[in-house]
Design a protein around this ligand. Structure first.
Ligand code: ATR
Length: 277
């Protein structure tokens, strides 16, 4: 029988997940569909009940529901509980089980492209302390970083995230406005804020000029024109990574949770790139 999957979020019109997952289903010979559903906060409970009742085999969860969905599930994986957000749900044996593949998606995207930097217990600076920053910071603190500091516009949120990271590696918090002077201390700097998401007029989250030339600059934002943050770092000769590989890897790990099959990540990335050109 044909299986079906989906993604719930608000807004959802921009989602690249349906095209990516349907491509992988087809390549894997799996008879399945994947649909994007616009679900407002008011309708989240009804939507999750509906997905359960109608027999979705699994679904993705995106902004703004990644935390709110947790109490609606039967079980949540330990890493997702620590992060406090779920982006992937498996429906199995009548139970909804939540996972977070955002953190592992980022980790794999950076490890695959920059193995030398990642293997050396790098010191990492995470800019931002929202949902995406939590997934990235906690995963890197647990599995990769020698130290991981967090800078955020709202210091309190940086302090809370840094404290959770400290369970896994040394970590300090600072205000985003103080990040520029600190950059030379880091091997990797990651923008997890939404600065640069909309347009170049958003400005630049930090001034990359103070970093060492080998420092890797990464941005979770995947818009094809690159953020001013990445463009400046690249023009200074630094290695850079935008958010597209992370998007593909988080999707690939969700696909693996659902099907047991790791799909072809580079084919998925080429497909999404072709949509931009
Ligand atoms: P996401 O789920 O994408 O992480 P989020 O949880 O709303 O979204 O987090 C947005 C992040 O971008 C936060 O770190 C936020 O900083 P605050 O915690 O101070 O709100 C950061 N952010 C958003 N707009 C910003 C701006 N104009 N300047 C600096 N940081 C900004």
């Amino acid at each position: 029988m044909r299986k079906w999957y989906g993604v719930i979020g608000d807004p959802i019109g921009h989602s690249l997940s349906p095209v990516m997952h349907e491509f992988w289903f087809s390549r894997s010979g799996i008879d399945a569909r994947y649909e994007a559903f616009h679900v407002t906060k008011e309708n989240l409970v009804k939507a999750v009940d509906g997905l359960r009742a109608l027999g979705a085999s699994g679904f993705n969860v995106t902004v703004p529901h990644k935390s709110a969905v947790i109490p609606l599930l039967d079980e949540t994986d330990k890493d997702a509980r620590i992060i406090g957000a779920v982006n992937t749900v498996v429906h199995s044996g009548g139970r909804l089980i939540g996972y977070n593949t955002d953190g592992i998606g980022f980790l794999k995207s950076i490890e695959t492209r920059f193995p030398e930097i990642c293997a050396g217990k790098p010191s990492v600076l995470v800019l931002g302390a929202g949902g995406a920053a939590k997934a990235v910071a906690l995963t890197l603190a647990k599995y990769m970083a020698g130290r991981l500091d967090v800078c955020n516009r709202t210091l309190k949120k940086a302090e809370a995230l840094s404290e959770t990271c400290r369970e896994f590696c040394p970590s300090e918090a600072c205000e985003l406005s103080g990040a520029d002077e600190q950059l030379s201390r880091y091997d990797i700097v990651i923008n997890c804020t939404s600065v640069g998401l909309q347009a170049d007029t958003d400005g630049q989250v930090v001034d990359a000029a103070g970093a060492r030339r080998g420092t890797l600059f990464a941005d979770l934002i995947y818009r094809p024109s690159r953020t001013p943050f990445l463009r400046q770092a690249e023009s200074l000769g630094n290695p850079v990574l935008n958010g597209l590989p992370m998007l593909v890897y988080q999707g690939a790990y969700a696909f693996k949770k659902w099907t047991g099959i790791m799909p072809n990540v580079s084919e998925g990335e080429k497909l999404l790139q072709s949509l931009f050109s």
